[in-house]
Design a protein around this ligand. Sequence first.
Ligand SMILES: [Fe+2]
Length: 295
Amino acid sequence: MTHQIEFGYIEFQVTDPDALASVVTQVAGLVPGDTLDDGTRTFRNDAALRRVFVSEGARNDCSVLGFEAVDEEAFEDVSVRLAAAGYPVVDADESNAQRRGAQRLRCGDTPWNVRFELALGLARGPEIETPLVRGGFQTDGVGVGHTALAVLDYAESEQFLLNGLGMVQSDWIETELMAGVDLEVRFYHCNSRHHSIALAKVPFDLGKTLHHFQVEVNERDDVGAAFDRAWDAGLEFANGIGVHDNEDAFSFYVTSPAGFLIEVGHGTKKVYDPWDGNRRYDAISRWGHQPIPRG
Ligand SMILES: [Fe+2]
């Protein structure tokens, strides 16, 4: 399995950091990390000190996607490929590298108006306790989780992922969402995680790039426990519990106060090398994932 990079961290810029922090910790079960000088809060789901950044601002979207190179050779390889694909990365200044807790950091653009960062050597401490997630999070060798992005320019987006980051398509879904409304979502991996990024083709600007951010828990019961916490918090479930047809994930999606969704999942299939599972699926879910609006 080609494994040069992992989805290392994400930054959300939101109007109500307290409200999002509450979902990240009390529902998804991440653990608070330190607060940066500019007030940005950090959260973690493993030994890496900063996996999720929540800063205050008007976007209500993700503002940065950070990928971590597994070693210096990968760091250079991916930098060269990104430049050749038309997305050059440049060395970040020392303060930005420190902000991410990275030994080295390069920054660039994406086709989605979200900053891209390539990090080497994210700071790690001892393994942590995750009291709300008894079995812990699945991150070893696969990164923090995954994201699904709504993109207008699919061809450009795919070019960035395939030719720039060197990702491989895992599979795709083409289905009719409702009468006359087609949905196409493509899934891309860069290590054994089924996908680190999914791209949903959208016909018009939804006002948000991030559809959802997912964390994967090691034990199935921890999905149910997170569902109960979201229920008790009175949050709206964009999708109740269900199983995805292509990736096998047992999961639910809660609507965060910033509008994008947070997914907690378990049991997502692993990809292997050479990957022979790249095929079309015609349903999002094998069962479940119905919306559960709350009053
Ligand atoms: Fe997902």
